[in-house]
Design a protein around this ligand. Structure first.
Ligand SMILES: Nc1ncnc2c1ncn2[C@@H]1O[C@H](COP(=O)(O)OP(=O)(O)OP(=O)(O)O)[C@@H](O)[C@H]1O
Length: 276
């Protein structure tokens, strides 16, 4: 269970996140929605401590992660992998190497510097790529891939950390509709098949309703909605985005029933061992 207790982050007088209290059970797929500047990224970045809370507490299974320093903080960061809008791959390296880099926390430095990967590292990386249906790209340079392919490599790299949580900050912001689906299908699959908790910031209400089990709506740093996709009414959307109801209809989603049916884009083959 991931718990926020009265969590805040202020930048000067600006309350980016303001007194958020939430419980997120293991295995949830949570969409964080709200207009630009609502505090979505700051909330996610506080979880893995890329941003430091100004007040309040974050706990995971009862352990206070706001207090972690040094090795404890590094270990926590390995347990909550982050997926960024800009993919953050090493463009001149091949895909397999990029994915293996997700295991840097357990690979000795001298091996990493000399790229002396063990067979086990390669096998795990290949399995992760297979889960995302892109094993055929393993030897290609990362900068030769499409945006959607790069983001799926980033998810495979995240899997190599064997994380409890994946934090995805607008993972599909720069992708076309087909690649958007493939990436969201990939996140849905790792959530469903590995039980990894996913927190995903999304600008698209349609995607949030289609893929997430629970939506958290933020405005001015505060949580103004917390519920399942069916409960996200026109009135709530209007409050979140500051639109009137006619405008919100223009961004209305498909029926939520389609959500759970989001099929993974790959065949199920060979799980990454849970303890790997
Ligand atoms: N490092 C920072 N320094 C100063 N202000 C910041 C910083 N990071 C965020 N903010 C401010 O905090 C508020 C929340 O920002 P945040 O990026 O969390 O919003 P967001 O909902 O993720 O927006 P977007 O959807 O555009 O990414 C904004 O007003 C932003 O300008």
């Amino acid at each position: 269970m991931l718990t926020f207790e009265n969590l805040s982050r202020h930048y000067g007088a600006k309350r980016a996140v303001d007194g958020v209290t939430l419980d997120i059970p293991r295995g949830a797929f949570v969409g964080v929605i709200g207009r630009s500047g609502a505090g979505k990224s700051t909330l996610l970045r506080m979880i893995n401590r890329l941003a430091t809370p100004s007040a309040g507490r974050i706990a995971f299974d009862g352990q206070d992660v706001t207090a972690l320093r040094g090795a404890g903080l590094r270990a926590w960061r390995a347990r909550c992998a982050m997926i960024f809008q800009q993919f953050n791959l090493v463009g001149r390296m091949d895909v397999l190497t990029n994915v293996i880099l997700g295991r840097l926390n357990v690979i000795p430095t001298h091996r990493a510097m000399l790229k002396l990967w063990r067979d086990e590292d390669r096998a795990l990386a290949l399995a992760a790529l297979e889960r995302l249906d892109i094993a055929s790209l393993a030897t290609q340079r990362a900068d030769q891939l499409s945006g959607g392919q790069q983001q799926r490599v980033a998810i495979a790299r995240a899997l190599m950390q064997n994380p409890d949580i994946i934090l995805a900050d607008e993972p599909i912001a720069s992708l076309d509709p087909r690649n958007t689906r493939l990436v969201m299908d990939g996140l849905a699959a790792v959530n469903r098949e590995y039980g990894i908790t996913v927190l995903c910031n999304l600008h698209s209400i349609e995607l949030a309703r289609a893929y997430c089990h629970r939506l958290i709506g933020m405005a001015h740093g505060r949580v103004v909605f917390d519920g399942c996709p069916d409960e996200l009414t026109d009135a709530v959307i209007a409050e979140l985005y500051g639109m009137d109801c006619d405008e919100t209809r223009a961004v209305q989603p498909r029926p939520a029933a389609q959500a759970a049916q989001a099929e993974p884009a790959f065949a199920a083959r060979g799980l990454i061992p849970a303890g790997a």
